[in-house]
Design a protein around this ligand. Structure first.
Ligand SMILES: Nc1ncnc2c1ncn2[C@@H]1O[C@H](COP(=O)(O)OP(=O)(O)OP(=O)(O)O)[C@@H](O)[C@H]1O
Ligand SMILES: [Mg+2]
Length: 415
């Protein structure tokens, strides 16, 4: 057998061993909250996001007796179960708090704001796109006063966001964004379930609505990408000019309106590439966030990226007119490093008010949390998975950055 033939045989053998999309997604996602780390019978991830009774009372308002009466009525009605009783205090899970907010008619994000799509992008690899996306999404979902429904849309086939860093429940059908977008262009691809579902009477809207996986936070969902999604790029180049435009616009025109009906803030984690996947997302975005690591080479490649982005947007069907806002943020920043400090100064001089003054600090907490399948906002200092100093660096910088970001989002999204 010559080499060419062996390559063919190897490819075929490898394909046989390849898991189905469903199996692979299950492997990739940490399906179900784990039972490895429990606190008094409660999963650690659920426990870490619990609120005690006085926090909940502060949120909902009312005197102590009135509040207690109201809560007891809700528990008696079966809307929520008894809170967790621990160390003489009552703990309410994030899900219970969200149910209470809803029950008591607490103001929702959607009452005063439009749904917005925030792309997190930079063609340079490893600049913190995924970490920033997940930290922002978790900060948004746990901001109870904001009361928003959050989606992380992972569009990185080699990523990524779904992988381990968000805990996902096993409750959805296994269809990716690429399956949705390509369905009409690949009627004979049996691996794409969308056509089969359509033939079985599901509407496109039903299928899109079934795509998101729920996570450990009841108002945070995720749609994950899969390596097979690379075929989006192949398909794009096979199409003629008019069909290419149709494919590029499909995300914006067909899929996003459905997702915007279900979610308030949609964070899109993009792959580090300039490809039809990113163009399709750019065509649908409202806001663009560019994380940049303040290192010499990252500055240079981000400079190229911005030039390219300018040109790319101009060539898209909407010519970039959909983009209402763009801002950069320095991430993974070590303030004590002189070269990094100088790079941030250079960014400030060149990017000016398009750079967040708040940076996201370099901290071991990011990698330590990711190893546990969590973001830095899903860990507690008392777990000691990193030093208290590293914990504070990470969590404080993410919270302060979220605050600045939220102010910008609110200004853009106000009805
Ligand atoms: N603030 C930080 N402190 C320490 N490490 C960080 C920080 N932010 C990100 N990292 C680490 O840097 C690496 C790259 O981060 P991340 O995956 O978020 O980048 P990315 O831009 O999504 O990468 P890619 O281009 O491959 O998608 C990861 O190992 C991550 O844990
Ligand atoms: Mg990434």
């Amino acid at each position: 057998m010559n080499v060419i033939e062996s390559i063919g045989t190897i490819a075929n053998n490898m394909k046989k061993e390849q898991t189905t999309l469903e199996e692979a997604i299950k492997q990739r996602l940490r399906v179900n909250v784990s039972d490895v780390d429990m606190v008094d019978g409660v999963d650690r991830l659920i426990y870490n996001h619990c609120k005690n009774k006085s926090d909940v009372r502060e949120l909902i308002g009312g005197s102590k007796p009135t509040f207690n009466k109201k809560i007891n009525e809700v528990i008696d009605s079966g809307l929520i179960s008894e809170p967790i009783y621990q160390n003489r205090s009552h703990l309410f899970t994030h899900e219970q708090v969200m149910i209470l907010l809803d029950h008591f008619g607490f103001e929702k994000y959607a009452d005063n704001h439009d749904s917005k799509v925030v792309l997190v992008t930079n063609h340079k690899g490893g600049t913190g796109k995924t970490s920033t996306t997940l930290a922002l999404a978790t900060a948004t979902a746990t901001d109870l006063n904001f009361n928003a429904k959050v989606l992380v849309l992972d569009l990185d086939p080699q990523g990524s966001a779904g992988q381990g860093v968000l805990q996902v429940a096993e409750d959805s059908i296994y269809v990716t964004m690429t399956d949705l977008l390509l369905a009409e262009f690949e009627p004979d691809n049996e691996d794409n379930l969308v056509n089969a579902l359509l033939n079985n009477g599901y509407s496109f809207e039903d299928i899109v609505s079934l795509c998101p996986f729920s996570t450990h936070l009841s108002n945070l969902s995720v749609i994950t990408a899969f390596p097979n999604d690379e075929r989006f790029v192949d398909m794009y180049w096979q199409l003629d000019e008019a069909e290419r435009t149709r494919l590029l616009c499909k995300f914006k025109e067909i899929v996003l309106p459905i997702l915007k009906n279900h979610f308030d803030v949609i964070y899109v984690d993009l792959p580090p590439q300039d490809s039809p996947i990113t163009w399709s997302a750019l065509e649908g975005a409202d806001m663009i966030l560019v994380p940049v690591t303040p290192r010499y080479y990252d500055y240079a490649s981000t400079t190229n990226f911005m030039g390219n982005l300018h040109e790319r947007l101009g060539n898209l069907p909407s010519q970039g007119r959909n983009i209402e806002w763009l801002k950069m943020v320095a991430v993974n920043y070590n303030e004590n490093s002189k070269p990094e400090y100088q790079t941030v100064q250079k960014l400030l001089r060149s990017v000016r008010n398009h750079l967040f003054t708040q940076t996201i600090s370099h901290s071991d907490a990011f990698t330590a949390a990711a190893e546990l399948g969590r973001t830095v906002l899903d860990i507690k200092k008392s777990e000691e998975i990193c030093t208290a100093h590293q914990f504070d660096l990470a969590v404080d910088s993410v919270r302060l950055f979220y605050k600045q970001f939220k102010n910008e989002l609110v200004a853009i999204a106000a009805k």
